[in-house]
Each structure stands twice: as structure tokens, then as C-alpha cells.
Ligand binder design. Structure first.
Ligand SMILES: [Zn+2]
Length: 128
């Protein structure tokens, strides 16, 4: 007689499944069952690098729109751009996947922050 690795009860040598605890004794079957129960591993999906680039482009557009919408938009863009730039660079430093996109997005956010700051300053200067 063999022993079930799961519950330590005796099972027939030809048994593929333990009659006591229902564990699969055949390693192939056990692996197959495990794959069925846990589809595509539970690793958190890494953020795609493209999303950082999109964020960078959005921040640049906001920076440009300071010319139309005024200094409040510019000031907010400075804050948000810095926030997203920090987020992007942090992501790039800790993850492999999408880190290129994160760096590109972060650089665009920094540029957006600088542009928005300049436009905000010019806007306020013109008013006073
Ligand atoms: Zn068992």
C-alpha cells in the first residue's frame, strides 16, 4: 500500500486519487487540476508602459491649454505633473516590465510641469 501525501492515509498503489481526502496522487493530474483552479497565476498585472506615455501626453496637453484656460489650469498641471512624474519614476525603478514607458512618461510629465510653470508665471505676470 502507498500513503497519500496529503492526509497520510493508506491508498492502493494504482489509485490516482485518494479516496479519503480526494487529493490527486498522480503528479500530472495534480498539476493539471491546480492549473485549472488558479487560472493565469494571481500575480498583479503590471501597468503597461503605454499608460505612462499616455499620462505624459495628457499632462503636456494640459500644460499647453494653460494658454487658453488660464493660470489655474497651469498651476494644477504643475502639481499633477510632478505627482505623475514621481509615480512614473518610482515604477521604473522597481519594475522591469513597462519601465521604458514609465521613464518616457515621467520625462514628459517633468517637461509638462516646467512648461505649465512657465506659462502660469507668464500669465500672472501679464495680469499685474
Ligand atoms: Zn488523502
Amino acid at each position: 500500500m502507498n500513503r497519500c501525501p496529503q492526509c497520510q492515509m493508506e491508498v492502493k498503489p494504482e489509485a490516482r486519487k485518494c479516496p479519503h481526502c480526494q487529493a490527486f496522487l498522480d503528479p500530472g493530474l495534480a498539476a493539471q487540476r491546480q492549473a485549472e483552479q488558479a487560472p493565469a497565476a494571481t500575480e498583479p498585472t503590471p501597468q503597461s508602459g503605454v499608460s505612462f506615455i499616455v499620462q505624459g501626453v495628457i499632462e503636456l496637453l494640459f500644460a499647453a491649454s494653460t494658454l487658453l484656460l488660464g493660470w489655474i489650469v497651469g498651476a494644477l498641471t504643475v502639481l499633477f505633473s510632478i505627482h505623475f512624474a514621481v509615480k512614473s519614476f518610482r515604477y521604473a525603478a522597481t519594475r522591469q516590465e513597462g519601465s521604458g514607458g514609465a521613464v518616457a512618461g515621467g520625462v514628459m510629465c517633468v517637461m509638462a510641469a516646467i512648461a505649465a510653470a512657465i506659462l502660469t508665471w507668464l500669465e500672472l505676470e501679464r495680469k499685474t
